[in-house]
Design a protein around this ligand. Structure first.
Ligand SMILES: [Zn+2]
Ligand SMILES: [Zn+2]
Length: 136
């Protein structure tokens, strides 16, 4: 059921968010069970854990190679549907001598919702000092 819920969305939920989603169907499930199963599913290659600069660990039901774009303001992660260059691994391997196991690319930006809305906080622009009054 965790897998079903995860594959139903493309929001890349955290374990806590998944917990809330699954709990609607299985009210007695515990957060620990969610964490344990997410680990098992990740190990089995059924889902992907997203390593990103985000503070939360997120999960992805889509295991086919694809890139992500993260909103630096609201932390939302979307799929970036662009051709994934597999040959970059080989090229990096030749350049560095490392055996490459994989790579991840994360694009950063402001999502459509955030870049059309003004920031919640007023901007901290320095106040323009008023010019001293000069006597004539
Ligand atoms: Zn955003
Ligand atoms: Zn994804």
């Amino acid at each position: 059921m965790i897998l079903e819920e995860l594959r139903r969305v493309d929001s890349h939920p955290s374990a806590d968010e998944l917990y809330l989603m699954v709990r609607r169907r299985l009210p007695r499930i515990s957060l620990g069970t969610i964490y344990r199963n997410l680990d098992i599913l990740t190990e089995a290659g059924e889902i992907r854990r997203i390593d990103s600069g985000s503070t939360l660990k997120r999960f992805d039901g889509t295991t086919a190679p694809h890139h992500h774009i993260r909103c630096v303001r609201c932390d939302r992660i979307a799929d970036a549907h662009i051709e994934v260059k597999i040959d970059i691994d080989e090229r990096i391997q030749r350049l560095t001598g490392f055996r490459i196991l994989g790579h991840h690319v994360e694009f950063l930006g402001l999502c459509p919702r955030c870049h059309t809305q003004p920031a919640a906080q007023p901007s901290l622009a320095p106040e323009i000092p008023t010019a001293p009054v000069t006597r004539t």
